[in-house]
Design a protein around this ligand. Structure first.
Ligand code: ADP
Ligand code: MG
Length: 670
């Protein structure tokens, strides 16, 4: 009610197209007038809200066309100065005499309390008169906070009573959670902090519960049919180990045991193998594939790109060829004649180990006896592709599900593993092979770039290769691609005219990209310039320098992944981070990278700095968006996991009438 086409448009910008969306458009924060403090009682460092009158607002010009807005606010007990950068329009929006609400952290400047870039809004007397805790919604151009709050008021009071609650009533009561209507009402217009807390808890539970239900149902699907048990003979394994050029680390031994144990059952293995870059995941996969092949079945390894598939093919061939097993490589660019030969040999069972890209799960590909599927870099594979892979499983013509081993090179803090991989068992390679050299990492300012270039030059003179990364994060953006090309031209023509260089960026066709990558692999290029599209698993042991421009703009995990491209061979390797700015958390991130090479430590640090939402932002694209819950809320996570397990035990298909709504919500959520 009260929302015409114009306002509807504005609401759409906030992501709300339906009444349901609007109910779930949660306040960004709350101004709790019961927590408000008079200015003369503020303490440094505390997060507060104050109300006062603006005495004066000035704009100051700073160097480099920047402006600083300073406002003095007084509440009768004292004054505080608030400042904002580069928002010149604020002089108009914050006239002297206006009553204002400010929220933020109290800093000190020259011994006096100040607010730096506090949140603010004009004081409205209405909510103050009627309630103590006032919701503050995200704003959009042309829709004032007062108006939006009115709309929310109408929506929440009318519709929250009419939303069906998908959570089964007995369960809700047992867990002492608010009914949905009450939670929605209180999340928008809380009576007090306690009811707000309860509302948050109920809405967070909903999300985590749906998350767990979704993941557990994936696991159930994978394990819905039995698998062909694979029993590894001790002798055979020892023969294989004897052929290895090194002894396995303790961690490798342990995870191999975990994997082989699971594979010996007729319930399909369903396991994630996590390990930092260079931890030695390939040989672990090789042992599992070897065991499958020796037992008379087939194993497949699927990688996200052709380059990675080829690399795995080379690596696994080196490990497995001495055993006499038949390996083959199948990708999109395998020539047609060869392809059909491979299809035939796969169907006949003469190929025992196949490595490839999505080409492995095309409909036309038939396996005679696929019992183990290994997926590298799992976050790029969606549910459908997993399904296609699962359907390839068979044993002597009978449909079985293959054992599934997923490998991920992105270390995930243990605290998050439960929420993110509820569908997979976890094996962690937490020990590096011996003798691994530290990649020396230095952080330089943009003005010191010349030093980095000289360094590249010296390394190239010694026969090494180098990567140069540009922070053009939006791979699809035309402008960024152009900028990359322009930067590249300058480097090529002016900085390194005598060296051989190649460029890859997100706008290139994949064949073009792969052609350049191959040149770098073959040592035909000295320097590879790349945007962030550079493949995570790329392995060129001769490359020893990684230079990352605009390093401050990348997250820790990504920087660590980039760095992992060097230090893969016998030569001492280096990573140079060039920062054009070091404000905010950038300094902490760059320093952390200088200090450690340990991916798990860095992941913990990253999580601490950015929080779980950002941590997974782009990376964990397979997960639904959470609006309320924190992936770090361990007690609530454990609860939702337990409840999901119990529910599936009772009603595996969620087909009981009392679970109908839940089933509907589950598919909406995912
Ligand atoms: P990742 O886990 O990043 O896939 P790889 O499997 O590519 O790591 O292994 C990285 C390097 O370490 C390879 O060159 C491999 O031969 C070597 N490696 C693996 N395991 C061991 C080991 N136990 N001892 C010595 N070197 C090993
Ligand atoms: Mg690898």
């Amino acid at each position: 009610k009260g929302v015409g086409p114009k306002i509807a448009q504005k609401l759409e910008k906030l992501g709300a197209e339906t009444v349901y969306d609007l109910l779930y458009l949660f306040p960004r924060r709350y101004d709790d007038y019961t927590l408000m403090k008079p200015i003369n009682r503020l303490n440094y460092g505390e997060q507060v809200t104050v109300i006062g009158t603006i005495w004066q607002t000035r704009a100051k010009r700073l160097k480099g066309n920047k402006t600083l807005i300073q406002a003095v606010i007084n509440d009768g007990t004292g004054s505080i100065q608030a400042t904002w950068f580069n928002q010149p329009w604020l002089t108009k929006q914050l006239p002297a005499g206006m009553q204002i609400v400010l929220s933020g952290k109290v800093d000190q400047f020259l011994g006096r309390p100040v607010f730096n870039s506090p949140e603010w809004e004009p004081l409205e007397l209405e909510p103050l008169r009627t309630r103590r805790i006032v919701p503050v919604y995200p704003l959009t151009e042309g829709l004032g906070s007062g108006r939006l709050r009115e709309i929310m008021g109408t929506t929440a009071s009318y519709w929250s009573l009419r939303v069906p609650d998908a959570l089964p009533e007995p369960m809700r009561r047992r867990l002492k959670l608010y009914p949905l209507s009450q939670a929605l009402k209180q999340i928008h217009f809380p009576d007090n902090q306690q009811t707000l807390h309860e509302a948050r808890k109920r809405l967070s539970f909903d999300e985590l519960f749906l998350l767990q239900l979704g993941m557990q149902s994936q696991r159930r699907q994978w394990q819905s049919r039995s698998a062909a048990p694979i029993v590894a003979e001790r002798d055979q394994l020892n023969q294989f180990y004897d052929l290895l050029p090194y002894t396995l680390t303790g961690a490798q031994d342990r995870v191999i045991q975990e994997i082989l144990n699971d594979m010996s059952a007729d319930v399909p293995l369903n396991r994630l193998l996590q390990g930092d870059v260079g931890a030695g995941k390939t040989v672990v996969a090789a042992v599992a594939m070897f065991a499958a092949a020796r037992s008379g079945a087939q194993a497949a390894l699927m990688a996200p790109t052709e380059i990675l598939a080829e690399q795995h093919y080379r690596g696994l061939s080196a490990l497995l060829a001495p055993t006499g097993l038949e390996l083959a490589l199948l990708t999109g660019s395998t020539p047609a004649a060869e392809k059909s030969a491979i299809y035939e040999r796969l169907a006949a069972g003469t190929i025992q180990i196949i490595i490839g890209t999505h080409a492995l799960i095309q409909e036309s590909v038939e396996y005679s006896n696929l019992a183990l599927a290994v997926i590298d870099e799992q976050h790029r594979f969606g549910v459908e592709q997993r399904g296609a892979l699962r359907d390839k499983g068979n044993r002597d013509g009978d449909q079985t599900n293959p054992h599934l081993l997923v490998m991920s090179a992105t270390p995930i803090p243990r605290t998050l593993a439960l929420s993110l991989y509820g569908d997979l068992d976890l094996s962690i390679l937490d020990e590096m092979p011996p003798g691994r050299q530290e990649i020396k990492t230095r952080w330089l300012r943009a003005s010191e770039r010349e030093r980095a270039y000289n360094f590249i030059r010296r390394q190239v003179e010694e026969g090494r290769q180098a990567y140069l990364i540009f922070p053009l994060v939006e791979e699809s953006d035309k402008i960024d691609a152009k900028a990359a090309v322009a930067e590249y031209d300058i480097l090529k023509n002016e900085v390194f005219p005598d060296l051989k260089m190649g460029l890859v960026h997100g706008r290139l066709k994949s064949e073009q990209k792969e052609a350049v990558m191959r040149g770098f692999y073959a040592g035909e290029l000295d320097i590879l310039v790349a945007t962030s599209v550079i493949e995570v698993g790329v392995d060129v042991p001769n490359s020893t320098v990684m230079i990352i421009e605009g390093a401050n703009r990348f997250g820790l995990a990504q920087l660590h992944q980039f760095r992992g491209r060097v230090g893969r061979g016998e030569h001492q390797s280096y990573c140079v981070l060039i920062a054009d700015d070091s404000t905010g958390d950038a300094e902490k991130r760059l320093t952390a990278l200088e200090e450690t090479n340990d991916g798990f430590l860095l992941a913990e640090k990253d999580l601490e700095l950015r929080g779980p939402g950002e941590f997974f932002g782009r990376r964990q694209s397979g997960l639904p968006e959470l609006r309320m819950a924190s992936l770090l809320d361990l007690p609530l996570l454990k609860l939702s996991q337990k409840e999901a397990t119990n529910l599936f035990a009772k009603d595996p298909a969620l087909s009981l009438p009392e679970h109908e709504l839940l089933r509907e919500q589950l598919s909406l959520f995912w």
